[in-house]
Design a protein around this ligand. Structure first.
Ligand code: ZN
Length: 258
C-alpha cells in the first residue's frame, strides 16, 4: 500500500511497548485515524517535533486493508504552539478541543472545515490564551460544521416560531437537546427552561468568528448557561462522559472563576 500524506493534528498519543506510540490523528484528508508510530519515542528523525497533544504537522500514513491501526511512518510538526504546554488553562482548552473532535467525528469521516476550524482555534489559543467565549464559539462552530448545530432562532420541531419577536420581545420556548435545540411551547414535550439571555448569547456566538470571540464578553452566569446548553447538545451526540470537562472546571475554579 502506498503511503498517504496529510496535514494532521494529534488528538491523542499513548506510549506502547518500549519505544512505540499509538496516536489518534485528525487528518485533513483522512479524518480521524488511529496509527502505530514505531520507534516514536526514539526517532527524532521521523517524528521531528514529537507527537504531543494537538501538535499539527504533516503525517505520512500507511493503511493496511482490514487493519484497525494504520502505520504512522513520519510526522513533521509544521506549527509550533510554544505557550500551549506551559499554561494549564490553555492546555485544558486544547485537551478539551481534542477530545471533542475525537468524539464527534467518526473514524475516517473527512471533515476539512472542522480541521481548519480546530487549527485556527489552536493558533489563537496559543497566541492569546484561554477564553471561555472563544471556547463557546469553537463548540458552536464545530457542532454546526458537523451538522449538529443547535437550532436557536426558531422551533427545532416545527420551525414555525421566531423566538425573538418584535422589539426583541422573547416568545417562550424550552431547551430540548434531544430534539436539536430550542422548541416552542406548543411542540414542547420535555426539555427544560433556558434563560432568554442564554439563547440570545448562543445566537450571537454562532455568528462570531474565532478571532472576534473575546470581544463578546459574556457575564459569568450567561457563559455558564451557554456552556451547559451546548454540553447537553454535545452529550446527545457522543457516548460516555467527556473527561476534559472536569479538567477545565478545576482550572477555572483554581483561577477564581465560577
Ligand atoms: Zn414548534
Amino acid at each position: 500500500m502506498p503511503s498517504l500524506t496529510t496535514l494532521a493534528i494529534v488528538l491523542r498519543a499513548v506510549n506502547y511497548g518500549e519505544a512505540d506510540r499509538i496516536v489518534t490523528l485528525f487528518g485533513r484528508d483522512t479524518g480521524r485515524v488511529s496509527a502505530l508510530a514505531r520507534g516514536a519515542r526514539k526517532s527524532q528523525r521521523r517524528f521531528a517535533g514529537g507527537l504531543s497533544l494537538c501538535a499539527l504537522g504533516t503525517a505520512a500514513l500507511r493503511e493496511r486493508p482490514g487493519a484497525d491501526l494504520a502505520t504512522l511512518e513520519r510526522f513533521d510538526a509544521t506549527e509550533s504552539y510554544p505557550a500551549l504546554g506551559s499554561d494549564v488553562a490553555r492546555m485544558a482548552h486544547a485537551a478539551y478541543a481534542a477530545e471533542l473532535v475525537g468524539k464527534l467525528c467518526a473514524p475516517h469521516q473527512v471533515e476539512p472545515a472542522a480541521f481548519d476550524w480546530m487549527a485556527a482555534f489552536l493558533r489563537l489559543l496559543d497566541r492569546e490564551g484561554a477564553s471561555a467565549e472563544r471556547l463557546r464559539v469553537f463548540e458552536i462552530g464545530l457542532l454546526a460544521g458537523l451538522g449538529f448545530g443547535p437550532v436557536l432562532d426558531t422551533c427545532a420541531a416545527c420551525g414555525g416560531e421566531r423566538f425573538a419577536g418584535r422589539a426583541g420581545a422573547e416568545v417562550s420556548f424550552r431547551w430540548d437537546p434531544d430534539r436539536g435545540g430550542a422548541v416552542c411551547t406548543a411542540c414542547a414535550r420535555g426539555g427544560r427552561p433556558l434563560p432568554p439571555a442564554a439563547r440570545e448569547a448562543l445566537m450571537r456566538l454562532s455568528r462570531t468568528s474565532l478571532e472576534d470571540a473575546t470581544a463578546v464578553a459574556l457575564p459569568a452566569d450567561v457563559n455558564r448557561d451557554c456552556r451547559e446548553a451546548l454540553l447537553e447538545i454535545i452529550n446527545h451526540h457522543v457516548s460516555g462522559p467527556l473527561k476534559t470537562v472536569e479538567f477545565i472546571a478545576k482550572v477555572a475554579r483554581a483561577a477564581g472563576q465560577p
